[in-house]
Design a protein around this ligand. Structure first.
Ligand code: IDP
Ligand code: MG
Length: 143
């Protein structure tokens, strides 16, 4: 597996319930290095831009309202196979379908309020990292 970077977001439902610490602990225990992280409060327009790929979906307005409803924590994570490893650790989009022990199975409240975001592939990960973090913030040679 190649060394990769991916973007994670601890979403507002999880930040609000004080789950930043437990989720960061799971990520570190799973071998991810935190390259950088920050707490952000996205505007509705920023949430619409981030989730532009879902603009035509019926849940787009609700999703972007929820993501802009309060603070999130954005992280750049690095490890071998980071993109797929994070997706495995997160579990399926719908917490009811997520494998036992995954972050979404443990803490997701609904298919929308599902605790965590992770980039879905090698094309999107560097774009999503750059959405949140400047060159200076994302230290090192990878996206
Ligand atoms: P992912 O986060 O597992 O990659 P996507 O299909 O990319 O899932 O959807 C992005 C986000 O949109 C989900 O994490 C979830 O918050 C929300 N979402 C996805 N499908 C639905 C749905 O059917 N109803 C409501 N919200 C949804
Ligand atoms: Mg996705």
């Amino acid at each position: 597996m190649a060394l990769e970077r991916t973007l994670a977001i601890i979403k507002p439902d999880a930040v609000e319930r004080g789950l930043t610490g437990p989720i960061v602990q799971i990520l570190e225990e799973a071998g991810f290095t935190i390259v950088t992280l920050k707490k952000v409060c996205l505007t509705k327009a920023q949430a619409q831009s981030f989730y532009d790929v879902h603009r035509e979906r019926p849940f787009f307005d609700s999703l972007t309202s929820y993501i802009s409803s309060g603070p999130s924590v954005a992280l750049v994570l690095e490890r071998d196979g980071a993109i797929e490893e994070l997706r495995q650790l997160m579990g399926a989009t719908d917490p009811a379908q997520a494998a036992p022990g995954t972050i979404r199975a443990r803490w997701g409240e609904s298919i929308e309020r599902n605790a965590i975001h992770g980039s879905d592939g090698p094309e999107t990960a560097p774009v999503e990292v750059a959405f949140f973090f400047s060159d200076l913030e994302r230290m090192g040679r990878l996206g």
